[in-house]
Design a protein around this ligand. Structure first.
Ligand code: PMP
Length: 431
């Protein structure tokens, strides 16, 4: 495959944009390095790169593009809004209507505030929990990603109830000390941390269904236990539903699983592909936020008409009958075929799938936590990624990411992908 223009653009990018990319997860470092593919155009389930190659897109921009690219409903909403001005710095009716719609679908969000990104939403949800409880520490789960604010870029200490160490340069040790990291799906480790630090904990922060070390559902009873123990200790529960909301059904996974957090953070799909985030929760907690209360958070672009209109169009379109059934059916078909082919070609594979999102881990062990995902073979994934790319199938360039199906994928796309997977497996060399 000819990717000369991508290679050339990458060279130029490396000179002027640090690392050549505006977000590290776009680089191909985790899959052997070299130029990432520079995309020129996207429509429906397809990308076209700068050299004219076509790819079936399973990245969906790391989640938001659930309707496929340039969906007419979203595109017209953006265009109709743009002609009336893109940013006012005043309240608008659209924001009220969108907040009402989100509250109807995720009722624990009694009051809502829009932000510009998932990072901001989670960062502020934590500040709010601290403001409400008057406590400083948070408990989070290893491998869960919550954006790039200081507090959540902290890795596990050496044991489940030790304090954290920074995962990035530039984060003060004093901040990392406020974070306790425990393994996901291990209630005993959470209990141990709560027993040790519970009276200082403002919140337990969790992806209620993990999307950031691949797709990992909560074990039965796990989320109920998080709620029970956090609340017993006087801490709040924050759900980071930046990936999960509207991905698996028409609402948050909290409404799917019937467990409610105190505060929820949203992003990605609710912006229809434009920048957005939101946080919300019980009225009594949200009233701590300025101008009603003493906790400050603001944003020049927050709730801007373009993001709100695109988000509204996306969420309304997702309500069409059969949307989630179709995503689930395509996901099942693809995963069943991948499992069957993996067996046929002797490739060790574990697939975690929920609806139209799944991760193919190159391991024969079940993956229920970060350690399990780490144990999956990155070298085999890199081979798989490169071979599929050659076939015109674009996956996220990391073994820790998910494949996201969109409503734009067709049965032919699924069949094309299955044939590509078979050719890839045939060439792969497990060591
Ligand atoms: N939380 C989760 C669960 C995420 O997956 C992400 C982004 N991948 C974020 C927060 C941060 O969102 P953003 O990139 O919009 O800042």
């Amino acid at each position: 495959m000819n990717i000369h223009r991508s290679e050339h653009l990458y060279k130029e990018a490396l000179d002027v944009i640090v690392g050549g990319v505006n977000s590290p997860s776009r680089s191909f470092r985790a899959v052997g390095g070299g130029a990432p593919i520079f995309m020129k155009k996207a429509r429906g389930a397809y990308f076209w790169d700068e050299d004219g190659n076509r790819y079936i897109d399973y990245l969906a921009a790391f989640g938001p593009i659930i309707l496929g690219h340039a969906h007419p409903a979203v595109t017209s909403a953006i265009m109709e809004t743009a002609v009336n001005g893109v940013l006012y710095g005043t309240p608008t009716e659209k924001e009220v209507r969108f907040a009402q719609l989100l509250r109807r679908l995720i009722p624990s969000m009694e009051q809502i505030r829009f932000t510009n990104s998932g990072t901001e939403a989670v960062m502020t949800a934590i500040r709010l929990a601290r403001a409400y409880t008057g406590r400083d520490k948070i408990i989070k789960f290893a491998g869960c990603y919550h954006g790039h604010s200081d507090l959540v870029l902290v890795a596990a200490g050496s044991g489940p109830s030790t304090l954290g160490i920074p995962d990035s340069a530039g984060i003060p040790a004093s901040i990392a000390q406020e974070v306790i990291t425990v393994p996901y799906n291990h209630p005993d480790a959470l209990k141990e941390a709560i027993d040790a630090w519970g009276d200082q904990v403002a919140a337990v922060l969790v992806e209620p269904l993990v999307g950031n070390f691949g797709i990992v559902p909560p074990a039965p009873g796990f989320l109920e236990q998080v709620n029970e123990w956090a609340h017993q200790a006087g801490a709040l529960v924050i759900y980071d539903e930046v990936i999960t909301a509207f991905r698996f059904h028409y609402g948050g996974v909290q409404t799917l699983f019937n467990v409610e957090p105190d505060i929820t953070a949203l992003g990605k799909i609710i912006g229809g592909g434009l920048p957005i985030g939101a946080y919300g929760g019980k009225r009594e907690i949200m009233e701590k936020v300025a101008p009603t209360g003493p906790m400050y958070q603001a944003g020049t672009m927050a709730g801007n008409p373009l993001s709100i209109s695109a988000g509204m169009a996306c969420i309304q379109t997702l309500s069409l009958p059969g949307t989630y059934e179709r995503l689930d059916q395509m996901g099942k078909e693809l995963c069943d075929a991948i499992s069957m082919l993996a067996e046929k070609y002797g490739i060790p594979v574990t697939i975690n799938r929920v609806g139209g999102a799944f991760t193919v881990y190159f391991t024969d062990q079940p993956v229920v936590d970060y350690q399990g995902a780490q144990a999956a073979d990155g070298e085999l994934f890199a081979q798989f990624f490169r071979l599929l790319l050659e076939e015109g199938v674009y996956l996220a360039p990391s073994k820790y990411e998910a494949w996201f199906l969109t409503t734009a994928h067709t049965d032919e796309d699924i069949q094309f992908t299955i044939r590509a997977v078979e050719r890839a497996f045939k060439k792969m060399k497990p060591h």
